[in-house]
Design a protein. Structure first.
Length: 438
């Protein structure tokens, strides 16, 4: 005889009577617990019974003590064997507490969703967690209005998606998070890999739709590099709100994986005590670079430059220069279009491009393929001056020099564009002054 498979909703079971082996009413179904939520379609491990209303008590019943499920749930034990307490939840994974009405991540569609009901697969005596319901109908069902609302839709909007589509998301694509007092187990490695496959900017946008607690929980699931990329896409307010919930070691880990200019921006908006703690825990050279950058105004070339760049010595041949670029590629954020050529004192003597180097004869000196009068700006140059120079000379990268002509860093078009747009936007949204009355 084949097994009968039936899909049911969690809300269909909540409130159903529970009777003992003698058919005595012992309470009503309040919750279901799941034994291994990390599985794709995990089994229910037990039910929680609620007795009373004003002074409610709760009891946990393991699945092996349940005889039949439905209306009513029948137990294999007597009422006298049931221990009621005032606590409805314990450390087990609970549908009511850990999933229902929670914000979770749909790793397939790459968005934050709210769970309105839970779809269960009933196979003989087993219940499996199959989908989460994210639709309006889930709320209507839980309120007990489904028949009435369905009746009106069938009369006035028979072709509505409300009647035709069930917005369900497979449990295997749901990433649950730790919130409040709940310690929700991390999902399977597959689900985590799916979460990490979402582009960092998209994850950053998703995080803005989450409550702060859930946002921090999601953030802690990610690796250090992904955290850093997300931080670079968030605004100052959201960065700081997350950092306030993290330990100092976690903050250090994030900043160490950010580009120097972005890390500097972040540190400039943190309390001085925290900045000192972060720099003290950070690797020496990195801390020294950031400390130097923090000494410059955020609206100057020194404040927006990155100190991670590739400098080629004027003693190199083209082949040696290409070998240096290849060896340094993994240590820098990207290979800029324009590359600095420096002398032994790190003074700028020219610039060249990767394209020129690739097209050149390998054994000729690099000075043969460089521009000997390069465009540059000084550390104290304003954003307007930097933007003007890059636009005038149509360069995507510009070196930043000190007064001794020594290279301190580079500014890319992305760095300056982001700052100019932010500056223009602030001016746009700034409230206009009302004209004075004469």
């Amino acid at each position: 005889m084949s097994k009968v498979q039936v899909f049911v909703y969690f809300s269909d079971y909540v409130g159903k009577p529970v009777v003992d082996i003698d058919n005595r009413l012992v309470g009503k179904v309040f919750d279901l617990t799941i034994g291994k939520p990390e599985e794709n379609y995990p089994l229910a491990s037990g039910i929680t019974i609620k007795e009373g209303s004003l002074k409610a008590k709760f009891a946990k019943i393991s699945w092996d003590k349940i005889n039949t499920i439905g209306d009513p749930f029948r137990l294999k034990i007597k009422a006298s064997e049931i221990n009621f307490t005032l606590q409805p939840f314990n450390s087990e994974f609970s549908l009511r507490r850990d999933i229902l009405d929670q914000q979770v991540v749909d790793t397939f569609n790459q968005k934050v969703i709210r769970v309105n009901d839970i779809h269960l697969l009933r196979v003989d005596h087993e219940l499996r967690l199959a989908h989460v319901d994210i639709g309006l109908r889930g709320i209507v069902r839980r309120l007990g209005w489904e028949k009435l609302i369905d009746f009106w839709f069938k009369i006035f909007a028979p072709n509505s998606n409300y009647l035709k589509k069930e917005p369900l998301v497979s449990w295997k694509f749901v990433q649950t998070l730790s919130v409040g007092q709940t310690t929700t187990p991390l999902r399977s490695s597959l689900a985590r890999e799916q979460l990490l496959s979402i582009p960092a900017p998209d994850l950053g946008e998703m995080m803005l739709d989450l409550d702060l607690n859930v946002r921090v929980a999601l953030f802690r699931l990610l690796d250090a590099k992904t955290k850093a990329k997300i931080f670079e896409s968030l605004n100052v307010v959201n960065r700081v709100s997350i950092l306030e919930e993290l330990e100092t070691k976690e903050v250090v880990e994030i900043i160490e994986n950010m580009s120097p200019d972005e890390a500097t921006d972040l540190l400039e908006n943190l309390p001085k005590e925290l900045v000192n703690d972060v720099l003290n825990l950070m690797e020496g050279n990195r801390a020294k670079k950031l400390s130097t950058l923090l000494g410059y105004s955020s609206d100057s070339a020194g404040g927006i430059m990155t100190t991670e760049y590739i400098a080629l010595t004027d003693k190199f041949t083209v082949a040696q220069a290409l070998e240096k670029i290849k060896g340094k590629a993994k240590d820098v954020e990207f290979i800029p279009q324009y590359l600095c050529v420096v002398d032994d004192a790190n003074k700028l003597v020219g610039t060249t491009t990767l394209l020129r180097l690739i097209a050149a004869v390998p054994d000729i000196p690099i000075t043969s393929v460089m521009v000997s009068k390069p465009i540059f700006v000084h550390l104290d140059a304003s954003l307007r001056e930097v933007a003007y120079m890059m636009d005038k000379y149509q360069c995507s990268t510009i070196p930043v020099l000190d007064r001794n002509h020594i290279v301190q860093g580079i500014i890319t078009e992305d760095d300056i564009l982001g700052r100019v747009i932010a500056f223009a936007w602030r001016r746009k949204i700034r409230p206009k002054r009302k004209p004075k009355r004469l």
